[in-house]
Design a protein around this ligand. Structure first.
Ligand SMILES: Cc1cc2nc3c(=O)[nH]c(=O)nc-3n(C[C@H](O)[C@H](O)[C@H](O)COP(=O)(O)O)c2cc1C
Length: 196
């Protein structure tokens, strides 16, 4: 994977509301990725609900599918609504299901959508989670603040510019973190061999 090469990006969107602006933001991200010649998989966590961590349904097909998508992604974008000053619970539950070995060194872009500037907090909190998982976050984060019902009317025109910048950074990071990710995969393989 080179910095200039096409990437596979897994876009996770964590809102279950109908007519979700978070989903719209995720679609804008996917459109931007397509424009760069890379590919994206949009995984709407409302359409593919995951069991709560450590519940009996832990072995669901959706979970296996998510883990496979995360494994082969060169980068990810996490898109969340802001709920009570932070990211959504379904997004966190999804991240809790992913193994740190899968995410170590993975470039991550963060997008938060809210009704006020509190949405910045959701974005910052996601960065903290990304750091805990060993991910490398794109310096540009996208925070969308809306005040009404229409996305078109409310979206700051700079949102598109920030998405473009964040996706460009994700591509650069995919090249820069390749060694880190290979190292994590090797450590993972070695510890599996130890266990065998
Ligand atoms: C339970 C709940 C808590 C919320 N808390 C916040 C908040 O703390 N800050 C904020 O800016 N918006 C908050 N909002 C507004 C949502 O972030 C906003 O409407 C966002 O667009 C929701 O995403 P959606 O359009 O994808 O449903 C909250 C909404 C709900 C339902």
């Amino acid at each position: 994977m080179t910095a200039a090469g096409p990437c596979r990006v897994l876009v996770l969107t964590g809102a279950a509301a109908p007519f979700s602006r978070t989903r719209t933001a995720a679609e804008l991200v996917c459109r931007e990725i397509a424009g760069t010649g890379s590919t994206s998989v949009l995984r709407d966590l409302a359409e593919h609900p995951l069991p709560l961590l450590h519940t009996e349904a832990d072995g669901s097909a959706d979970l296996a599918d998510l883990r496979a998508q995360a494994e082969c992604a060169d980068g990810m974008v996490w898109v969340t609504p802001c709920y009570h000053g932070s990211y959504s619970a379904i997004l966190k539950n999804c991240l809790d299901h992913l193994r740190p070995q899968t995410l170590h060194g993975k470039p991550v872009g963060v997008v938060a959508v809210g009704a006020s500037l509190t949405a910045v907090q959701a974005s910052e909190h996601l960065r903290t989670v990304a750091r805990a998982l060993g991910c490398v976050t794109a310096p540009t984060q996208v925070v969308v603040v809306h005040s009404g019902s229409s996305w078109e009317k409310d979206t700051d025109p700079r949102t598109d510019d920030r998405i473009t910048r964040m996706i460009a950074e994700l591509h650069a990071l995919a090249g820069a973190t390749a060694l880190l990710r290979r190292g994590a995969a090797m450590t993972d393989a070695l510890s599996s061999a130890d266990r065998a």
